[in-house]
Ligand binder design. Structure first.
Ligand code: GDD
Ligand code: MN
Length: 364
């Protein structure tokens, strides 16, 4: 049994694997005398990966794992790797040499001292770095993804794909439900790893091949986050989510309210009309996201139910606005406050109606 299993999820990385194997072998076995196995978990790459690993396996302790019967997914590939790992220690890393191989011994050392059960290679602790070539946009993207996960973990770089743990500390793998890239975050939240140590690493952008991080992956991250928030915070997470959807609908509402007045509508009429696109927006978003895991009612039926309940909400919303602006001088002067009050009153009613009625079918 090797001391270390290195799990490398791959998709179209045939060109990077020889360099990775060479580095790992030279540094891990050669310089540090650590007996290892390297598991390439490949999601049916349409390139030479199979042949390349076949050749490499003659010179290095490399094994190809080709999971079948599921969608292509980085996190699920790592879990498949966990299942096959034979080493006492496990390291997960990317194939594209973004993660410094020579940091692996340091991750393992921290594991040995028992300081942490999950050791992350982190870009955002003192001494760590991300690629200088990163555009401001990419940095902002990474930073906001990290920020969105802040209430879930104290880690500075929960997005990392480079980490180590002991095999005997692996959680029940059937209980994990990640989607996309953030397997480390899944382990921290659902895997129950509390003692996390972060070792600074320099992240380098790949020089060969291209990243598989797409817009689709970013949406997967949002879905994954939602699962983790529900797991950690239950119904409260749902309420916050509903509130966030409402806030986005508020923007739609305001936009229509002003644009309609700009094209000449009376402010009271504008208020009444703007409400409809805004609430339709909320309905669709709640159906897709907030209550996305509830059983879906037929669209038309739900639309009608929605119309009925929001009709009441509408009367409340508009009624509060008109009543306040026509009876209280203060509100006529600061109409936006009357608008907000109308929205708050209607939202309370709408949330209850939504949760208890419109989206009430819980999945079995
Ligand atoms: N098996 C499998 N299935 N592997 C995949 C898949 C997949 O669907 N998608 C990507 N991979 C592999 C890649 O081949 C690579 O070895 C590794 O996962 C990382 O993919 P990249 O496409 O290189 O990701 P990245 O460089 O944009 O993202 C890396 O840095 C991020 C932080 O900036 C990863 O380490 C992320 O986990 C990390 O969040
Ligand atoms: Mn990469």
């Amino acid at each position: 049994m090797p001391a270390l299993s290195i799990i490398v999820p791959t998709y179209r990385e045939a060109e990077n694997l020889p360099r990775l194997c060479e580095q790992v072998h030279r540094i891990i076995l050669g310089d540090h005398g650590i007996d290892y196995e390297l598991l390439v978990v490949d999601d049916q790459s349409p390139d030479e990966t199979v042949d390349v690993v076949e050749v490499l396996s003659k010179a290095y302790p490399v094994r190809l794992i080709q999971p079948a019967g599921r969608e292509r997914d980085l996190s699920r590939s790592v879990i498949d790797g966990f299942r096959e790992a034979a080493g006492d220690n496990i390291v997960v890393m990317d194939a594209d040499l973004s993660h410094p191989v020579d940091k692996i011994p340091e991750l393992l050392e921290v594991l040995q001292t028992g300081e942490g059960r999950l050791v992350l290679g982190s870009r955002y602790v003192a001494g760590g770095s991300f690629d200088r070539a990163w555009s401001f946009w990419r940095y902002l993207n990474s930073a906001s993804a990290t920020w969105l996960a802040a209430p879930l973990t104290s880690s500075r770089d929960p997005m990392t794909g480079f980490f180590a743990l002991r095999r005997r500390d692996l959680p029940d793998l059937t209980a994990l439900r990640p989607i996309g890239y953030k397997i480390a975050l899944e382990l921290m939240v659902r895997g129950g790893f509390q003692e996390i140590v972060e070792v600074p690493i320099g992240f380098r952008d790949r020089t060969i091949g291209e990243s598989k991080m797409t817009l689709g992956q970013q949406f997967k991250y949002l879905r994954h986050l939602r699962r983790l928030y529900l797991y950690r915070y239950g119904g409260f997470a749902e309420f916050i989510h509903y509130g966030a959807v409402g806030a986005s609908g508020f923007v739609v509402d305001i936009a229509f309210y002003y644009v309609l007045q700009f094209v000449g509508l009376d402010h009271r009429v504008a208020r009444g009309v703007a409400f409809w696109p805004a609430v339709s927006w909320n309905w669709a978003l709640n159906r897709l996201t907030t209550f996305g895991d509830r059983r879906r009612r037929p669209r038309t039926r739900q639309w009608i139910e929605f119309m009925l309940t929001s009709g009441i909400g509408f009367v409340l919303n508009w009624g509060v606005y008109v009543t306040l602006t026509s009876t209280i001088g203060f509100f006529d002067e600061f109409r936006i406050l009357a608008l907000v009050t109308g929205i708050v009153v209607a939202s309370l009613f709408n949330f209850m109606a939504a949760s208890l009625f419109v989206y009430s079918d819980r999945r079995a």
